[in-house]
Design a protein around this ligand. Structure first.
Ligand SMILES: NC(=O)c1ccc[n+]([C@@H]2O[C@H](COP(=O)([O-])OP(=O)(O)OC[C@H]3O[C@@H](n4cnc5c(N)ncnc54)[C@H](OP(=O)(O)O)[C@@H]3O)[C@@H](O)[C@H]2O)c1
Length: 318
């Protein structure tokens, strides 16, 4: 098969479409003929040499895919050859074929075509696990989503609205805020125009900025609020006045999805299929796709993501 290979850490030009050995099918694995994958910010870090694949994962980038099942291992439950699926991966999505534990495989939601389905696994699993499982966002509560126009943000806005929350986003331009409002956000704050913590009080905050936002995020929490940090785009170190946390009886969580054991990913994936997929089936939640790039031109897709101009997901079509 062919896959995108990273020869050495560096820029997008290090991504090369090459012939490589087919993946090995383990007894618990589903072998997928990949229709599409999607670019995630973690792929950029991996390309630069800052985010090594976890032990046992494919060396090729790609944390999600869609496609058709080619073969299943002896212990696989619920899938067979010919099924149209999408999957949460630990790596290896930028390839013609990938082997993935069956617990991380999902049916393609209704009304979503096979290629579009590649835009959903990573964002749906990240938002479901962090906003709903960890932070337990409830109907009527306010969610603040930093980077509302990101792949993660566009799904978080739609899902939280569908579950009856008020949603406030931050973004870096009026155009991006307008797109978030179209997706259902109640309010948008341009983070270039002042301190968001003076404009919003939230029950739950989904943060991708990290260190520089830590204190402002805590200040923006209501009593009993929950801050979940899933990205450190601004840096990993910040200062926290614990007094501000204690008086709010608030909590700070940090998580990653990729390194979790298969069983934990399986619990998240089942939660997504039970709770998120019915909303996608009904057309209430939709994948937001910025563009489709041929997989062999992954370098171009990385340049596009790094330019920061996109809203939603960039697909890599096989
Ligand atoms: N921990 C996990 O398990 C996990 C899983 C998936 C993703 N993530 C993280 O989630 C983040 C989003 O991922 P993605 O793939 O959706 O990325 P993406 O589409 O590339 O989005 C990144 C976004 O960050 C926004 N941004 C940058 N600085 C900002 C700031 N100071 N305030 C608000 N927004 C800011 C950019 O928009 P503007 O133009 O508006 O600045 C852009 O929309 C990444 O940090 C990624 O590493 C974590």
């Amino acid at each position: 098969m062919h896959a995108i290979v990273i020869d050495k850490p560096g820029g997008p030009e290090e991504l090369r479409w090459r012939e490589v050995p087919d993946p090995q099918l383990g007894p618990g694995d589903v072998l997928v003929d990949v229709a599409a994958s999607a670019v995630n910010r973690a792929d950029i870090l991996q390309r630069r040499g800052h985010y090594a694949p976890p032990p046992g994962a494919s060396p090729y980038p790609g944390l999600e895919c869609s496609g058709v099942v080619a073969e299943v291992g002896a212990d696989v439950e619920g899938f067979r050859a010919g099924d149209r699926v999408c999957a949460l991966l630990s790596g290896g999505g930028y390839a013609e074929r990938v082997a993935v534990p069956w617990q991380q495989v999902m049916r393609v939601p209704e009304g979503v075509d096979l290629v579009e389905a590649a835009a959903l696994p990573e964002v749906a699993c990240t938002v479901w696990s962090n906003v709903f499982m960890t932070a337990r966002l409830r109907r009527g509560e306010t969610l603040l989503v930093h980077g509302g126009a990101s792949g993660i943000g566009t799904l978080a806005v739609q899902l939280a609205k569908a579950f009856g929350s008020r949603v406030v986003v931050t973004a870096g331009s009026a155009e991006k805020i307008a797109r978030c409002l179209e997706l259902g956000a109640d309010e948008g704050i341009n983070y270039h125009e002042g301190d968001f913590s003076e404009r919003v009080q939230a029950d739950v905050i989904l943060d991708i900025v990290g260190g520089p936002y830590l204190m402002r995020n805590v200040r923006a929490l209501k009593t009993g609020g929950r801050l979940v940090v899933i990205g450190m785009q601004g840096g990993s170190r910040g200062e926290l006045d614990l007094g501000a946390l204690l008086t709010r009886r608030a909590s700070v969580h940090g998580t990653t999805l990729r390194a979790r054991p298969v069983d934990e990913k399986g619990v998240i994936v089942r939660g997504v299929v039970e709770n998120v997929w019915p909303l996608v089936d009904a057309g209430v939640v939709r994948p937001v796709i910025h563009s489709r790039v041929p997989m062999s031109e992954a370098a171009e897709a990385h340049r596009l993501l790094e330019s920061g101009e996109h809203v939603g997901k960039i697909l890599l079509v096989g």
